[in-house]
Design a protein around this ligand. Structure first.
Ligand code: S3P
Length: 170
């Protein structure tokens, strides 16, 4: 069985849903952001601050390629990962790509709980969210499966994903 890859904007619930998916499938679980932090020995915010976004994106691609070679993993990606063709190609080679969606209002509510997202540390986070969502829409929509998370618990979303993911061995 191939990997199940979660993509989607910040605050669409990838982390919580990936934990449920791992529980339900018995697959291993990898968070690309957490792996980057572990390898770099510092937080994502600090990486952005010290080295800038382009260096973060390189580290993201390295981590994605590394874990895409494995199987039977739930891979949760950062919200910007789908913007690079080579990331999507590697992720798809190793698994099925599931994009989670939520409304801008829900995204704002979920992301305002902490300050760990450098891209949203601006005066008008709602403006930034709608602008980025618009720009990224075609990249998110290129997923194999789209799942709306609005008003659903992480467990409900995980079950819905498993109903829709093809069970073919690979
Ligand atoms: C980003 C999303 C973040 C993290 C970084 C950049 C983005 O991950 O990778 O702050 O470009 O959307 P989450 O989607 O897990 O918040």
């Amino acid at each position: 069985m191939k990997n199940i890859v979660l993509t989607g904007f910040m605050g669409t619930g990838k982390t919580a849903v990936s934990a449920e998916l791992a529980r339900l499938t018995g697959f291993g679980r990898v968070e690309i952001d957490a792996e980057i932090e572990r390898t770099a020995g510092m937080s994502i915010s600090r990486i952005f601050e010290r080295f800038g976004e382009p260096r973060f994106r390189e580290m993201e691609t390295e981590a994605i390629k590394r874990f895409s070679r494995e199987r039977r993993l739930i891979i949760s990606t950062g919200g910007g990962a789908v913007m690079k063709k080579e990331n999507v190609a590697a992720l798809r080679e190793g698994g099925v790509i599931v994009c989670l969606t939520a409304s801008p209002e829900t995204i704002l509510k979920r992301t305002s709980k902490n300050a760990e997202r450098p891209l949203l540390q601006v005066q008008d986070p709602m403006g930034r969210i709608t602008e980025l969502l618009e720009k990224r829409r075609p990249f998110y929509e290129a997923a194999d499966i789209m799942v709306d998370t609005e008003g659903k618990s992480p467990r409900q979303v995980a079950r819905e994903i498993l109903e829709r993911v093809p069970r073919a061995e690979g």
